[in-house]
Design a protein around this ligand. Structure first.
Ligand code: SF4
Length: 161
């Protein structure tokens, strides 16, 4: 994967899942799948994270937490919704307290379907997330370059008296 500039750090948040998808996320870290060999690190600090990986839906109690975690992450950042609940609310979508998928609160870059989502699909979703992250990183760098080349307001063009 040539777009692996550096190790992607992941923040895993369990919205209101049944823990089925969370067990599959943990399976990705076991020796069978061992995503850490690719440099993927599971961090507990949003300020260190590149990828917000969410399982479960948003509800009245966690909506502010999801927003808060997302806001604390530095740019560029991506969100991966893991499992049917995180994608759309899943089987709990019509529950009295459920508001829906994670995209009701934060922009989602990658949707990983399944109930529960399989580890292979989660890893594939993370790889897609890394690609999206690199795209955002390149866009930010291009924006900075354009900003550096643009004449500052009030500055004279070269050669002007
Ligand atoms: S998608 Fe299925 S396994 Fe995953 S949290 Fe929802 S109900 Fe549980």
């Amino acid at each position: 994967m040539s777009f692996f500039r550096r190790s992607p750090w992941i923040l895993h948040y369990d919205g209101s899942s049944c823990n089925g998808c969370d067990i599959e996320v943990l399976a990705c870290l076991t020796p069978l799948y061992d995503v850490e060999r690719f440099g993927v690190v599971n961090t507990g600090n949003p300020k260190h994270a590149d990828i917000l990986l969410v399982t479960g839906s948003v509800n009245e109690r966690n909506v502010e937490i999801v927003e808060n975690l997302y806001r604390q992450m530095p740019d560029p950042k991506v969100v991966v919704a893991v499992g049917a609940c995180a994608c759309s609310g899943g089987i709990f979508a019509r529950a009295y307290n459920v508001q829906g998928g994670i995209d009701r609160v934060v922009p989602v870059d990658v949707y990983v379907p399944g109930c529960a989502a399989r580890p292979e699909r989660i890893i594939d979703g993370v790889v897609q997330g890394i690609a999206a992250l690199e795209g955002k990183r390149a866009a930010m760098a291009a924006g900075r370059r354009r900003g550096a080349l643009r004449p500052q307001s009030g500055s004279q063009p070269a050669g002007a008296a």
